[in-house]
Design a protein around this ligand. Structure first.
Ligand code: NAP
Length: 285
């Protein structure tokens, strides 16, 4: 049981809906093991209430919070400062209170690249193939650029939307080129791809029998490839199971979730969390 008292400082997460969030489990486990005087609480917040919620949080001196779907972009006008990486994505997932008001960043980028940095690769020679062009795909693109990839390919359902997605990075000054293609190009692109990332919800629980790739496409995955699925329930997804059969290195979304949370924790508390405690809190769930 957490020891909540008069001095306890508040942290939290806002989203809509919010009941499925695993962040309270991870963050409170990290708080408890360090014996810090904080508590992390989920808040269900509708878009039309965001401004009031920000004012309320400031009034009660809530120290910081995570932002999840659908508010990662909605909160931008309410922040006095955002980091360069959050600017590149145009979305924020971590906010903290300063004397100048609310500041924001996006820890999904570092969360995404953390497991990849463990692998010894010349990223400048790797052309990632990213499936999906939504919010998480943006963090993956900036993450790949920060790793050093010079060219990135994105697959999506609608070419007009994909072109708009690509154009939205025009002012981000990324040191890489982005090309976009529709799903019918996928078969052709897989054999050249040393890093394939699924950022779509295809295969996410309860739709565990679905994969973004067909059996024929699975068989084209190279043994040396890294296949990454941002989904963390189930672990592994069908997509990753099939890639593993091809001999690929597989990475699921749980480490990204843990690492983005660990970076946020340090921003709010100034303390390095026990990442293994956060990992176990998530995986035991
Ligand atoms: P999002 O903004 O809604 O984007 C989803 C993308 O998937 C869109 O490009 C969408 O295509 C595409 N898509 C959806 N259904 C599809 C289908 N049936 N066939 C083909 N493409 C489809 O969602 P998000 O926030 O990026 O999240 C995407 C996934 O990443 C979710 O599973 C989420 O749980 C996971 N995620 C994990 C972490 C982590 O820490 N591990 C962090 C963030 C997100 P259209 O553009 O054509 O609609």
């Amino acid at each position: 049981m957490m020891n909540i008292k008069g001095t306890t400082k508040l942290l939290g997460i806002i989203g809509y809906p919010i009941e499925h969030s695993k962040s309270p489990l991870m963050q409170n486990a990290a708080i408890e093991v360090l014996n810090l005087d904080y508590v992390y609480v989920p808040f269900e917040v509708k878009k039309e209430d965001l401004e009031t919620v920000f004012k309320g949080f400031q009034a009660i001196n809530l120290r910081g919070f995570n932002v999840t779907i659908p508010h990662k972009e909605n909160v931008l006008p309410l922040l006095t400062k955002i980091t360069e990486s959050a600017k590149k994505i145009g979305a924020v997932n971590t906010v903290w209170l300063t004397e100048e008001g609310w500041h924001g960043t996006n820890t999904d980028i570092d969360g995404f690249i953390a497991p990849l940095q463990e692998l010894n690769r010349d990223w400048s020679k790797i052309v990632p193939l990213i499936l999906g062009a939504g919010g998480a795909s943006r963090a993956v693109i900036v993450g790949c650029e920060e790793l050093g990839c010079e060219e990135i390919r994105v697959i999506g359902r609608d070419l007009a939307r994909l072109e708009a997605f690509k154009a939205s990075f025009a002012e981000s000054n990324l040191n890489c080129s982005i090309s976009v293609d529709s799903w019918d190009k996928l078969t052709e692109l897989i054999p050249d791809s040393e890093l394939i990332v699924n950022t779509t919800p295809l295969g996410m629980s309860p739709n565990v029998d679905i994969s973004p790739l067909t059996s024929e496409q699975n068989s084209l995955i190279k043994e040396s490839s890294i296949v990454y699925d941002l989904i963390y329930t189930p672990r592994p997804t069908l997509f990753l199971q099939e890639a593993q059969k091809q001999g690929a290195i597989i990475v699921d979304g749980s480490e990204m979730l843990v690492q983005q949370g660990a970076i946020a924790f340090e921003i709010w508390t100034g303390e390095k969390p026990d990442v293994e405690v956060m990992r176990q809190a998530l995986l035991n769930k």
